[in-house]
Design a binder for this molecule. Sequence first.
Ligand code: HEM
Length: 227
Amino acid sequence: MTSYLRSWLTGAPSTSTPTLDVPTFQRISPPASDDGDETETERDNDDSIPAFPALNSAQRAKPAILSDSALMPPPPVPSLASRTAGVPLRPSLNPNSLVVPTTTTQKPQKPSKKREKVALAPGHSALDWAALKSSGTDLRGVDTLTRIPPSLLKQHRSKTDAWTAINGKVYNITAYLPYHPGGERELMRVAGRDGTHLFASTHAWVNADFMLDSCLVGFLVPEPQSG
Ligand code: HEM
């Protein structure tokens, strides 16, 4: 092995290992003429590689050298004369500058009151909710799914018995209250009524169908006409 490696480094042929059969490549020109004086067998045995690109290919043509007037003009030179050392150029003063403004005169926006972060009690993370809802615990409080008119929905608007309707489905949100990342107070705003609009305008990306699947109690229907 050592002598084999040494032979690689020194270029001397190795004595103990047989020489490797390294394939060599030859530059093969296309046949000089193709005017039919060779036999069919000769042609079948002809493994010569055709020239690529073909000898008459346009790729072999000499590229045309464009004159200065045919080339795209260079971008304008920024005017460096107006520059003061250490002071970045103001893009508004220098239309050629690509420098971004380093400051702004606009006041920072106050954080929106609408999406306040609420500290959830320990054991009330999204994962805890997922575990609870798939644990088999009864979160509905009803035996069968029913048709629920707004007047019935309205009767469930306390913290210990809260229902809401989202996209036509009525959920018992009582168990979810302490798990809601936006807080109990915000969630209670939709208790006893159709919360579709408020829900969608706060976080349309939240999948209520999935979050509350085991809290489904029925479907919102119009108030039955009396008389
Ligand atoms: C009834 C079904 C509802 C469910 C299942 C639900 C679920 C969720 C979820 C999963 C989040 C976290 C979203 C995120 O981090 O991107 C969230 C955040 C929030 N929710 Fe709800 N929500 C409901 C209703 C409401 C309602 C009616 C309001 C009232 C305005 C509300 C207000 C908020 C707010 C303010 C946050 C933001 C909390 C934060 O930024 O960390 N949610 N909600």
